[in-house]
Design a protein around this ligand. Structure first.
Ligand code: LLP
Length: 427
């Protein structure tokens, strides 16, 4: 069920009219539904509890990069989530939000020494290591601190995720992970390094996947490797199949999270029963978009309607710096007027004020709107605010979390002075 819906012609977030939010906090503003976030998280967590043998044998590690607002992280931490991070900054966010560092896994191809030190000092659950040089660096950093680093290797299973090339990560030509053919060598290297504990294996093949077949194919390849490693005496405690499940932006019908997890656990449990006398292996997930994507919208106000020679433009106060996805991936986001009008619709490109032709949010949409109307750019909860920039010295949007009929300002709007506060002019 969507938590953004019309009541008597007005669009609401849960029980809060979006027009009230615009009146009180201005636009552009990201609006998140607390109920939607919890519901989406529960789809994973409940399925994990249903299918895994005990509650410690699975962990959902929400992917912080999709939406890193402290209120979002805090809500998920309280619901029991772990976190998938890709920088030291994300780790500090998780901690500031009250998340447990011992439920944090650290992914990414370019971890610096400082980031490794920080993560080791906070005793994170595991490093998802992406190359042999990274293994050596992590071993050195852990040794210097007198610690041992728990390590999982990100294996690139060479599976086609059938998604946008920019968000496909599991193919040979992608920069991510250790090539499948090199994985055994990488594991042997890791096992020989004195300050590393080899604990797991992971993969992440891409994002906005509608079908779970590529994920199950990747799982089969991971299982094969776990068996080979086991026969060499390297036995793993967890496997992490990444994130990637897609959401409905337009008319896509992504696999239901519960169905996907049902198939995945059936495969894993059958394998454990057949080869390991039922001994469990902990299963980790790294979902982002499927938890937060449809739990958020971007609220914007129409500034001008421009009726050009060949096109009509609705110039709004949100832009590519607020929501980069259309400019970067030609991504499609729904556009809904906050107040439904009876007047005839016209076809518009919805564009922002930034000085780039790429600054558009939606193209060729039939909308019954007037200047000063409010619009909701839908499905903007994931990779919206986290990819926002200050291009054109535009302050980043405010963020609101709605809980029923209550609205909480969870990030204030940036002011121009915030944007140059870190700069200085030489004497
Ligand atoms: N784990 C790793 C290692 C990842 O790289 C990602 C996303 C995730 C988990 C979460 O994937 P999700 O469940 O959200 O699909 N900016 C792009 C998406 C980039 C995804 C990057 N990696 C977009 O706006 O579509």
């Amino acid at each position: 069920m969507s938590h953004f819906s019309y009541h008597d012609g007005d669009l609401f977030a849960e029980k809060t009219p979006l027009s009230d939010i615009a009146r009180q906090f201005g636009t552009p503003t990201y609006v998140y539904s607390k109920a939607a976030l919890l519901e989406n998280f529960s789809a994973y967590n409940d399925a994990c509890k249903r299918h895994s043998s005990n509650e410690n044998s699975s962990l959902v590690c929400y992917s912080v990069k999709s939406n890193s607002n402290l209120a979002v992280l805090n809500l998920l931490a309280r619901a029991g989530s772990g976190f998938d991070i890709v920088s030291g900054g994300e780790l500090l966010r998780v901690i500031a939000a009250g998340g447990d560092p011992r439920k944090v896994i650290f992914s990414g191809v370019g971890k610096s020494r400082d980031e490794m030190r920080l993560a080791l000092q906070h005793d994170i659950l595991c490093f998802n290591v992406e190359s042999i040089p990274e293994l050596h660096r992590l071993n050195d950093v852990a040794g210097a601190l007198g610690k041992r680093a728990a390590v999982s290797l990100r294996v690139n299973p060479n599976v086609d995720a059938k998604t946008h090339p920019y968000i496909s990560t599991g193919l040979k030509e992608n920069k991510f992970g250790v090539a499948y053919e090199d994985a055994l060598l990488a594991y042997r290297t890791a096992a020989d390094l004195p300050h590393l504990d080899v604990v797991g294996i992971d993969c992440h093949i891409g994002s906005q996947l509608l079908d779970d077949a590529p994920l199950l194919e990747a799982l089969d390849k991971v299982i094969e490797l776990v068996d080979q490693l086991d026969s060499e005496g390297i036995s793993l405690h967890h496997l992490d199949i990444g994130g990637g499940i897609g959401i409905t932006y337009d008319d896509e019908t992504p696999v239901a999270v519960g169905d996907y997890l049902g198939r995945l656990f059936a495969r894993i449990n059958a394998w454990r029963n057949e080869k390991y006398q039922g001994a469990p292996i902990k299963v980790l997930f790294e979902p982002g978009r499927s938890i937060v994507g449809n739990a958020g919208i971007l609220l914007t106000e129409v500034q001008y309607l421009k009726h050009g020679a060949s096109k009509n433009f609705a110039v709004v106060d949100a832009a590519m710096n607020d929501l980069m996805r259309p400019a970067m991936y030609q991504a499609w986001h729904g556009v809904q007027p906050v107040a439904q009008r009876g007047s005839p619709a016209q076809t518009y490109d919805v564009v922002g004020p930034v000085c780039e032709s790429g600054d558009w949010l939606a193209r060729s949409r039939s909308l019954a709107i007037e200047a000063d109307d409010l619009l909701a750019i839908m499905s903007a909860g994931a990779y919206g605010m986290t990819m926002a920039s200050n291009y054109n010295t535009r302050g980043r949007a405010a963020e609101i979390m709605v809980d029923g009929d209550r609205m909480h300002l969870v990030r204030r709007r940036e002011q121009a002075a915030d944007l140059f506060a870190l700069e200085s002019i030489p004497d």
